[in-house]
Design a protein around this ligand. Structure first.
Ligand code: AMP
Length: 389
């Protein structure tokens, strides 16, 4: 999802710029001013409450704004992203927007302020007033709106500066030049956002081979924690020696070690489009770790996929693998295979349930040839990535 907020005093050109950006990035437009005017035209309760405040140039209450904006967002769950015009207009509304974005498992990519000075605003709005039919486009009300902007709206800038997603451009340039500058900012931000997929499924469901192939096709970094641990052992690193010692004593590798390895991977993978996680998170604790690690790197889980394969087929596959040279140390006997399946049942199913409730987990039928399953998984990732941009 791509979410942009256009910011600036009344008359800065937010509405004009919106028209172009909506088409360019295929976004859903949310102008709180337009929504309020619609409520007024429809003579709704909200409209009646807002009417006099708007006519006098004041800001309507955050309570009213939350109601109209929440409804618009929840009525459009399939939107590619949102373009906000005239929102957030108060510090409280910045928090409201944060909450709404969390609900959609997304975030605001950037808040772009179009700067024009006060006299330019007044003269543009007076000009617009000749044809707009808006009762608030007259000089007394315009001046009041600008006072409100300076007192209540400008503090919002600090909120987004702190989060590193505030940008400003001069609004006195030609319309085309302002548009081009906005596009540049948006594209630059987009190139920074990562697409992160977590693959779930019982051992033997094919998530490893599918994960590797998906990573290759979509330019994502494949993060398989089991493999990463083995690499440390092979390369005889300090961590590797510790892991070997734990393995030899039949102990589990503690989460601290896995966290370090994933952090290293996130830090060293600079030019990737995102990550595919396989084999992590396996426990609820690990799921919180992954959420935290991604947050620390300014990103988050974009998509969760679970490959579904019936239990008997899993046992067949793991048993068959145990008779080939692809055999893993942990599928060398029936009891080990059953133990791994049980481990998944007990620990990892809780993680899937957690994410199911939070963002939804896409189920993919894991039966069929590798190519058939790959096509299903690939379509999901492709759609997910398209949705993000
Ligand atoms: P606009 O069309 O954005 O210029 O908004 C026109 C008027 O609607 C403003 O002067 C406010 O009275 C009201 N309004 C629009 N958006 C908001 C908002 N986010 N918070 C409070 N009042 C708003």
């Amino acid at each position: 999802m791509l979410n942009i907020a256009l910011f600036g005093p009344p008359g800065a050109g937010k509405g004009t710029q919106s028209e172009f950006l909506l088409k360019k990035f295929n976004l859903f437009y949310i102008s709180t001013g337009d929504l309020l005017r619609k409520e007024i035209a429809g003579k709704t309760k909200l409209g009646l409450e807002a009417q006099n405040i708007i006519a006098s140039g004041g800001l309507v209450s955050d309570e009213i704004i939350v109601q109209i904006i929440e409804k618009t967002i929840t009525d459009n769950p399939d939107a590619n992203g949102f373009l906000f015009d005239g929102f957030p207009r108060t510090y409280v509304q910045a928090y409201i927007l944060e909450g709404l974005m969390i609900k959609l498992n997304t975030s605001l990519n950037c808040l772009i302020s179009i700067n024009v000075d006060e006299e330019e605003s007044v003269s543009r709005l007076l000009n617009r007033g000749k044809t707009s039919g808006r009762s608030d486009d007259n000089e007394t009300v315009i001046r009041k709106r600008l006072v409100e902007y300076h007192e209540k709206t400008r503090p919002v800038i600090e909120f987004y500066k702190d989060r590193g997603i505030y940008f400003e451009i001069g609004g006195l340039d030609s319309i085309d030049n302002v548009t081009n500058k906005i596009i540049q900012i948006v594209q630059n931000e987009l190139s920074k956002s990562l697409y992160n997929v977590v693959l779930f499924g019982y051992p033997g469901c094919g998530r490893g081979s599918q994960g590797k192939a998906l990573a290759e096709k979509y330019g994502l970094e494949y993060v398989a924690t089991g493999r990463m641990l083995e690499e440390e052992i092979e390369q005889k690193t300090e961590v590797g020696k510790k892991i070997l010692e734990l393995y030899e004593n039949g102990q589990l590798v503690p989460d601290e070690i896995v966290v370090q390895l994933i952090e290293k991977k996130l830090e060293n993978s600079k030019r990737v489009k995102g990550f595919i996680f396989k084999g992590f998170p396996r426990t609820l604790v690990q799921s919180y770790i992954l959420d935290g690690l991604l947050k620390k790197h300014g990103t988050k889980i974009s998509q969760l996929i679970e490959f579904e394969v019936p239990t008997l087929e899993l046992i067949n596959r793991l048993d068959a693998r145990s008779k080939t040279d692809k055999r893993m140390p942990y599928d060398s006997s029936t009891s080990k295979i059953v133990k791994r399946l049980q481990e998944h049942e007990v620990k990892t199913m809780q993680v899937i349930e957690k994410y199911e409730q939070l963002h939804g987990v896409v189920k993919i039928d894991g039966m069929g040839t590798f190519e058939e399953v790959f096509e299903r998984a690939s379509n999901e990732v492709k759609n997910g990535m398209k949705h993000m941009r």
